[in-house]
Design a protein around this ligand. Sequence first.
Ligand code: CU
Length: 152
Amino acid sequence: MHKRRRLLAAVISTTFATALPALAQSAARIEVYKSPTCGCCNDWIDHLKANGFSVVAHDVGNNAARARLGLPARYGSCHTAVVDGYVVEGHVPAREIRRLLIERPQAVGLAVPEMPFGSPGMDGPKYGNKVDPYDVLLVLRDGSARVFQSYR
Ligand SMILES: [Cu+2]
């Protein structure tokens, strides 16, 4: 009896230990709206794939998607994405998207406005290894934003 209960406890704790990362993995499907000719968008998509995201790209531009999804244009960049109910605008690092999905704040989503050098997809020799300081913003439902993570 005791032995069985211990076994059951072991099974349950193993199940939870493996189910949690699996949950984060299953949430990692991201849809990206971009223009078909956007090279830095594709490089950002490669960055997401390299970090375990499964990406579905829509080559229809992103202005309409951004407006439809309720992300103010002042935070705009070259592509707009949706992951698990959150908007991700611009060259947001994959690790911040992961953190967003774990912390699940009340927010529209994340944005890196414009296209700072050094952000994923805007980095490396293609851009002369230039690095701009930039902030990943958490955009709130009232349209305001606060710094989610600083890269500087
Ligand atoms: Cu870009």
